[in-house]
Design a protein around this ligand. Structure first.
Ligand SMILES: [Zn+2]
Length: 164
């Protein structure tokens, strides 16, 4: 079985008057993330990881923020388009591991809903999705609550073993 690994990293700045959406889950918070799309930093990191594993560049190349079609875009649709490209190459998601880096809000109670949302969006089992959240002990831009970051590592497996 051929496998491929990908890594994704994304950052968004706090400051928007819009809902906070992480991994497709609405999370109550007093401030939202500035972005051309819905600002879902988690789904952006996953999309970049998936594209990375497939050697398909990055999210900015596929969904440029200069393109009005992606204004306020539902990031789950962007992730699913990246998944479709992987499926075309006959690869499927084996598992992924996500680390959200945020000083606030507290995300512990949203971990399971985020896992379920990601699993549903990628059409895989929840068991294949891990989500962790950490602060930076008030250090750096995350600690000063200027922004939020997210890392993702994803493993993709060839579906038929014949992929070149
Ligand atoms: Zn982003």
């Amino acid at each position: 079985m051929q496998i491929r690994v990908g890594h994704g990293y994304d950052v968004h700045k706090w400051g928007a008057d819009k809902p906070l959406i992480l991994a497709g889950v609405d999370i109550p918070h007093h401030i939202g993330l500035i972005a051309h799309s819905d600002g879902d930093v988690v789904l952006h990191a996953i999309t970049d990881a998936l594209l990375g594993a497939m050697a398909l560049g990055d999210i900015g190349q596929h969904f440029p923020d200069t393109d009005s079609r992606y204004k306020g875009a539902d990031s789950m649709l962007l992730l699913q388009e990246a998944l479709r490209l992987a499926t075309e190459k006959k690869f499927a998601v084996a598992n992924l591991d996500v680390t959200v880096v945020a000083q606030a809000p507290k995300l512990a109670s949203y971990i399971q809903p985020m896992r379920e949302s990601i699993a549903s969006g990628l059409n895989i089992t929840v068991d294949a999705v891990n989500v962790k959240a950490t602060t930076t002990e008030k250090l750096g831009f995350v600690g000063r609550e200027e922004g939020i970051a997210c890392h993702c590592v994803i493993l993709m497996a060839a579906q038929d073993g014949t992929q070149k």
